[in-house]
Design a protein around this ligand. Structure first.
Ligand code: PGA
Length: 246
C-alpha cells in the first residue's frame, strides 16, 4: 500500500483527478469505479474542469458505481444515481448509457446483484476504483461484520452509517435501511484502487487500515491484500496517525 499525505482536501481531490486522467489518457475506453458521499465531490469537480479544458475525454469511458439505496428512484435527490448525474455525469461528455449504478428499485434484487457482477466482469473489470471510507471502516456499504460478502449483494446499513448519512436527508427516518453494494471481492478485483480520506474523524480508521492486521470488523483492512492501493490523506490525518508509530 502506498500512503500519500497532502496538505488539504483540495490537494487530495486534485491528485485523485490526475490519477483518473492518467488512466483515461492511457486507455480512452477505461472502466472507472466511482463512489458517492462527501469525499469524492472535489475529485468530480476537478474532472469536470479537466473535461471542459479538453484535458480528458469521457466519450468512450464506462463507469460503474459502488452502491445504491434500496427504494429510491433516480429522481429522488438522495439516490446515488441522482448524485452522480448532478455531480459528474451531467457536466462531462460521458454517454449516460455507459454509466452503471445498481438499481435500488429492481423487483428481483438477487437478479439485479448477479447481473451487476456479470456486467463488471463482461466489461473486463474496473481499471481504477475510487473509494471513500466510513469511520467504521466500511467500503461502499460493506459494513463491519463477522464475515464479508464477495459479490454484489443486498445489505443492511449499520446504525452508525444511518446516523452519518442522515446529514443528507431531512430527517433520520428518511434514510433507507438497506442498500445494494458491490462486495469486497468485486472491489478487490479492480486493477488499481485509490482510497481518499480527510479530516480528523477518519484518522483512527486509516491507522487501522495501515496496521498490518486484517479484520472483517474493519472491512477496509482487506485492502492491504491488494497489490495496487494508494491512500491519499490530508495533513490532519497524516499528523494524527503519526506514521512512525505503525
Ligand atoms: P463520506 O462517506 O465521503 O461522506 O465521508 C464515506 C463513506 O461513508 O464511505
Amino acid at each position: 500500500m502506498k500512503l500519500i499525505i497532502v496538505e488539504n482536501y483540495e490537494e487530495i481531490s486534485k491528485l485523485a483527478a490526475i490519477n483518473i486522467k492518467d488512466v483515461i489518457n492511457k486507455n480512452p475506453n477505461a472502466i472507472l469505479g466511482l463512489a458517492t458521499g462527501g469525499t469524492p465531490l472535489g475529485t468530480y469537480k476537478e474532472l469536470i474542469k479537466m473535461n471542459k479544458e479538453n484535458e480528458i475525454d469521457f466519450s468512450k469511458v464506462t463507469t460503474v458505481n459502488l452502491d445504491e439505496y434500496i427504494g429510491l428512484s433516480e429522481r429522488n435527490t438522495q439516490s446515488y444515481r441522482y448524485f452522480m448525474n448532478e455531480n459528474l455525469f451531467n457536466h462531462v461528455n460521458i454517454k449516460k448509457e455507459n454509466t452503471f449504478i445498481p438499481n435500488g428499485l429492481a423487483k428481483d434484487i438477487q437478479e439485479e446483484t448477479n447481473n451487476y457482477d456479470k456486467k463488471i466482469d463482461e466489461l473486463g473489470g474496473i481499471d481504477i476504483q475510487i473509494l471513500g471510507i466510513g469511520t467504521n471502516g466500511h467500503i461502499a456499504f460493506n459494513e463491519p461484520s463477522d464475515f464479508l460478502i464477495s459479490g454484489t449483494h443486498l445489505t443492511d446499513l449499520t446504525q452508525s452509517t444511518i446516523n452519518a448519512n442522515s446529514r443528507f436527508f431531512n430527517s433520520i427516518d428518511e434514510v433507507p435501511k438497506t442498500a445494494i453494494t458491490m462486495g469486497l471481492g468485486q472491489i478487490m478485483k479492480s486493477k488499481k484502487i485509490l482510497l481518499l480520506a480527510h479530516g480528523e474523524n477518519k484518522a483512527e480508521v486509516i491507522k487501522e487500515v495501515l496496521s498490518g492486521n486484517i479484520t472483517s470488523k474493519n472491512p477496509a483492512t482487506m485492502l492491504q491484500m491488494h497489490k495496487d492501493v494508494t491512500i491519499i490523506v490530508d495533513r490532519t490525518i497524516g499528523d494524527l496517525i503519526k506514521i512512525t508509530d505503525i
